[in-house]
Design a protein around this ligand. Structure first.
Ligand SMILES: Nc1ncnc2c1ncn2[C@@H]1O[C@H](COP(=O)(O)OP(=O)(O)OP(=O)(O)O)[C@@H](O)[C@H]1O
Length: 334
């Protein structure tokens, strides 16, 4: 459904060049749900805009839904749906009229556009809001309208740029419900960007991570986590003056990976946390370092990014820096 080779995009800003995307190679088969992850400015939107023919690549090639993005942009656009980051609907028409107009833009007759508008209104549970103006909708309702606009012409491939960003957890879950149903009912191929790592982890069958314009990881969330990250042991100490010593002890343990510290907390990456934690606690005790709490956690996609780049992908609003959001098993140490 998507085949890109060496796709690059360079922007010139005041004589300075920005390489937003540097050689994107990707193949997406029909029916896949791919989450495209990366930090701010990694090149996700630019990639999406090239794949949807909205932005010409500086170099490279891409065939999307069977059409070349450069040679046949109209052919690409006719076959795909694109839900951008900004609201797709205007303010003047009512919700149903927006959808009918969109359908007409895709060459549907008035009658067919009306039928399709009703279909997507029903699908996205927007029926009761059909007569409202978009400006009066809630954030979640408005995002559902954006998705409905991307679906009026029944594309086999839908691109979504951060479909759930800025929504409350309930609206996010609701958007995902619709996305997953779309796939289950119609086998729609979905290619989406998201900042929410947990969403990508649990919903997408394939995760592609981009950083500085290059793909740095591509696989299933489970595969990436077990290959590239590892379990984590978190120990907090009674006394911050002992943190450095506790870190050295952690580093000396067999199989120990990266060790990080912050205040009284020590984080240690290990292949098997259930075995490493008791051992670490024994070593600390033998050295006279007092632990206050200890817990283990499974790796997250943020851990994968951290392992690859040394940086965190996680947005500060979700969890404190360094603290993993995986499944945690807290236990208190005397
Ligand atoms: N029209 C433009 N002109 C100049 N530079 C641009 C333009 N669009 C994007 N860039 C730059 O290209 C890089 C990649 O931007 P892009 O929007 O693709 O990142 P992103 O991964 O989608 O980020 P975000 O998660 O913040 O949306 C950034 O450095 C950005 O400033």
């Amino acid at each position: 459904m998507i085949h890109a080779r060496g796709l690059t995009r360079r922007f010139m800003i005041k004589k300075e060049s920005v390489d937003a995307v540097r050689g994107l190679d990707i193949d997406v088969e029909a029916g896949q749900l791919v989450a495209f992850l990366g930090p701010n400015g990694a090149g996700k939107s630019t990639s999406l805009r090239m794949l949807t023919s909205l932005l010409p690549p500086t170099s490279g090639t891409a065939t999307v839904a069977g059409r070349d993005v450069v040679a046949d942009p109209a052919g690409v656009r006719a076959r795909i749906g694109y839900v951008g980051q900004k609201n797709g609907a205007g303010e003047n028409f009512r919700v149903r009229d927006e959808l009918v107009t969109q359908g007409r833009c895709y060459g549907l007759t008035r009658r067919e556009a009306g039928r399709r508008a009703d279909e997507v209104l029903d699908r996205l549970e927007l029926g009761p809001l059909a007569g409202r103006k978009p400006g009066t909708l809630s954030g979640g309702q408005r995002r559902r309208l954006d998705i409905a606009l991307g679906l009026v012409h029944r594309p086999a491939l839908l691109f979504l740029d951060e479909p759930s960003t800025g929504l409350d957890p309930q609206s996010r879950a609701n958007i995902w419900e619709h996305i997953l149903r779309l796939r289950a009912d119609h086998g729609t191929t979905l290619f989406l960007t998201t900042h929410y790592l947990e969403e990508a982890d649990s919903m997408a069958e394939r995760v592609v991570i981009i950083d500085h314009g290059r793909v740095i990881a591509d696989g299933t969330a489970e595969g990436l986590k077990s290959d590239l990250a590892g379990d984590r042991v978190t120990v907090t100490l009674h006394d911050a003056s002992e943190t450095a010593r506790a870190a050295v002890i952690a580093e000396r343990m067999a199989g120990a990976g990266a060790v990080t510290t912050d205040g009284t907390t020590v984080w240690l990456r290990v292949p098997r946390a259930d075995a490493a934690l008791p051992e670490y606690l024994r070593h600390l005790e033998a050295s006279g370092v007092k632990a206050a709490t200890a817990e283990t956690s499974r790796p997250t996609l943020d851990d994968v990014f951290l392992a690859l780049t040394g940086r965190s992908l996680r947005e500060s609003d979700e969890t404190a820096p360094g603290a993993p959001a995986g499944e945690t098993v807290p236990e208190t140490v005397a």
